[in-house]
Design a protein around this ligand. Sequence first.
Ligand code: CA
Length: 704
Amino acid sequence: MSDYIGSPKWSAARLLLSAVGLCVGAALVGCSESGEESGRNYQAVPDTDWIVHGSNSEETRFSRLAQISTSNVGSLGLAWSLDLPEENALEATPLAIRGVLYFSGGFGKVYAVRARDGKLLWSYDPKVGEYAPSRIRVNFSVNRGVAYFEGRILNATKDGRMIALDARNGRPIWSTQFLRPNDGAISTGAPRIMGDKVIIGNSGAEMSVRGYVTALDARTGKILWRFFTVPGNPAIDRDETTRIAAKTWAGQWWKYGGGGTPWSGITYDEKKQLVYVGTGNGGPWNQEYRCPNNEDNLFLSSVVALDANTGAYKWHYQYNPCEIWDWKATSDIVLARLKIEGRTRDVLMQAPSNGFFYVIDRDNGKLISAEKLGKVNWADRIDLETGRPVENPEARYGYKPAIVYPSAYGAHGWQPTSYNPLTGLIYIPYMQYGMRISRNDGSDLHDSSNVQTTRIGANVEGYLDPKDPMDGRGSLIAWDPVKRSARWRVDYPTGWNTGTTTTAGNLVFQGTNAGTFYAYDARDGRRLWAFDARLGIIAPPITYAVGGKQYVSILVGPGGTTGENTLPEFAQGWKYRAQPRRILTFVLNGKARLPDTPPPDKSVLSLERPAMALDPGRVGRGMSLYHRACYSCHGAGAASSGGAPDLRESGIASDDSAFAQLLRSGALVEFGMPKFDDLSDPQINDLYQYIASEAQNHGTDRGH
Ligand code: CA
């Protein structure tokens, strides 16, 4: 159990709960709006506002608010909803500051919405398509949120600009390009404030990108330091990582980027003046090109502690030496003080995607414990003496495919966990999927066509064991990090559900890809409340108080990863632009009604296509190119599950000249469709034939 409850901090929290309780009374004594919507006061209000990405600097996503509790959550109702007509996949954690919600949509568009009634106060469009038509090609459009600093909203756009906006009106104050020019990286993460600095990572390990974090002056946007998570070319690069980590790599890895992109989880430790950076998977996936003899490949799939002031390396813990499964440590990193075997220790906790849950000492990076969360076959255990996994050699695939659990999407994705010091439990969105994975002949890596596509040197597909009824399902696991076991769990029909939030009202909130938003008793997992959002949810909820009332808000809009499109089990019938993407806000006794929403639809509309004899050779080449250039938005097998148009029923994709013209001209870049002017005529025709073939194979008349 944590000693948190007995701490002075916790006593203060008790007082706060009483104060909020008083505000609910009829008199509402002393419950002013305290600068709501004014933006006059730069200070956010601790405890009632949701100030930072993880709700507090420990990133626990625990709220001390208790007005909504196990005893009354059943009467939670919709306060308001706001449609976001230009949006698709929504992953952001909103911030709630003095009565205003600030959140990002696709590409780093920003919205400011009044919390008490859902009025849109302003929005800001960074025009990513115009600014960087090629950067939008790398993966999807998602963005996980903004940061707040002294009356400004700091927003990291997909193309790699940090833009400071005036919180009162959304006007830009400064803008800094934090991604290196022409390195192919993009940005999807939420910036984190570190004192008077702001830090942000990068993304794109599958597209020959080298990972790094960049720290900027939060007032001026000046770049202060940068730390690379993987080494560059030792003959040229002089950065700290190349000096200390190049010896753990082999071959000419820098030609392939190396990966390690820290695209989401970054936690600042104010007390220790450290920042913990969660790093991504190796690029390319195939180990021949970077760790043929199982060299460690630092700092892939690691948590790296840096001096927050200088960016100097302090320590690291690596989850997967010579990482080859697309497993990353990019999920959020939670800080706590836990009493373990009689001794109170400063720990960090993380469920990286490899299926284990880790507790690590924050002072030195030493592993304290690591346990399997569920179905994991790549390792028997993690050796606590050496900190290294005891691997199953069969999981280290060659040209012969291996069946590996968990899959590349992870037993846990990026969706945030939450830690409740009252229950001592951490609430983890878990999923059970396997994959069939093998090395390929490297033709994608050595393709000289200069077309910017996914290059991983491996073949991978989802795998579900028909004999295991839990394969393909997701769960909410309440994990005791001290006892190293699950206290309770709730199973769902599918995976890819949302992150969690937990409160002093003994609640845990979580939404699902199938479109339901739930509240559970944090102590035993009893389901206490459910709301049908009529659209898949992947963004985590938040809670905050305004004018004496506690609210819960969540963004609704599915998609957002390569993963969700790759297994049919993820698909729920959510169509691009059919069901409105929204932000929903709940309050006790809320009576608002959700506007009409079209139901899920798994059919594929048949389109009249010109009579055409498909050439199997072209279809095959088109399939290969499609899965490197198109699938991360449009889905495996051209079957998008809502994040982008389903090409099997696209009018443009069924007209060969319109299709070629769109790819060349980039006419739809402002809607997120990149420019592909580097594709040749035969390549475009290959793609066209592949999409036509998928439409023929799967098209049905809608309504049948
Ligand atoms: Ca990856």
